[in-house]
Design a protein. Structure first.
Lengths: 156, 105
């Protein structure tokens, strides 16, 4: 129990209270930074988005289970500088091959060099499909699909 | 203040009110944060964008949220905050239905 029976005791009590508030504010800041960094971080949906885009491209360029050799990925999705798709189709029965790239080629370079175990500026996935190519006659082939999604600011 | 006890009581009350208000604010904020309220807009926008991207052409999607969709950007609002996320689906048309949004992919 504080009794202000001398001059200056009110000032002393104010200083004590200010110190208490300072400690509480420090505690609040610590809690806010610790809890906030965990619960308010951006949720990274790029893995799901890249997978959906890969499936969409695959659906788009194939017809009745066969790939048209003149396929074009540009019609499959809305192009912007945040997305990258590279499709490399190679026939195993002939020397036919075709490589189509959509998006910023720099993202393709980044897809190759980035360490995929770490968060990077671009999230990339590589998929390989064994396909049938409708190239006058049906040929067996391999389609290598690389899909990259940048959208760094919204996800990381 | 003409009595010793009055100033004593006043300071105690001020301290108690300040401490309780600070701790109450922290508790309220942590409650909001841990229940995900601060990222509702973000999750609404991203989940809606992924649903629209995943949909096959011609699919009619009704989302039980009020969304603002311009071209290929989906914007969700919640609690004064908003978040936008872009889709790669090239053909989207939308219209508002009651408290929801109809999206034709």
């Amino acid at each position: 129990m504080i009794i202000f029976n001398k001059k200056g005791q009110i000032l002393g009590s104010s200083i004590t209270m200010a110190w208490k508030l300072f400690l509480i504010a420090g505690l609040a800041l610590f809690v806010a930074l610790t809890v906030g960094s965990v619960f308010t971080a951006n949720r990274d949906v790029r893995p799901a988005e890249a997978s959906i885009l890969a499936n969409r491209v695959m659906d788009c360029i194939s017809d009745n289970g066969m790939i048209n050799p003149n396929f074009n990925v540009k019609d499959c999705f809305l192009e912007d500088n945040e997305l990258y798709v590279s499709a490399n189709l190679t026939s195993m029965d002939s020397n036919f091959s075709r490589n189509i790239i959509s998006g910023d080629p720099a993202m393709g370079v980044f897809c190759k060099i980035q360490d995929k175990t770490k968060e990077g500026a671009t999230y990339c996935i590589d998929q390989k499909y064994y396909v049938l190519i409708n190239n006058q006659k049906v040929e067996k082939g391999i389609l290598e699909l690389t899909v990259g999604v940048k959208k760094y600011a919204a996800n990381v | 203040m003409d009595k010793r006890g009055e100033s004593d009581l006043l300071w105690s009350v001020i301290q108690a009110v300040l401490i309780v208000s600070v701790l109450g604010t922290i508790f309220y904020w942590i409650n909001d944060v841990s229940s995900g309220k601060l990222i509702v807009a973000q999750m609404d926008a991203k989940e809606s964008a992924l649903i629209v991207d995943m949909a096959r052409p011609g699919t009619d999607i009704i989302i039980n949220k009020t969304l603002s969709i311009t071209q290929n950007n989906i914007t969700a609002n919640f609690g004064g905050g908003s978040f936008s996320y872009s889709t790669f689906n090239p053909k989207i048309s939308t219209k508002t239905i009651g408290n929801g949004t109809e999206v034709i992919a």
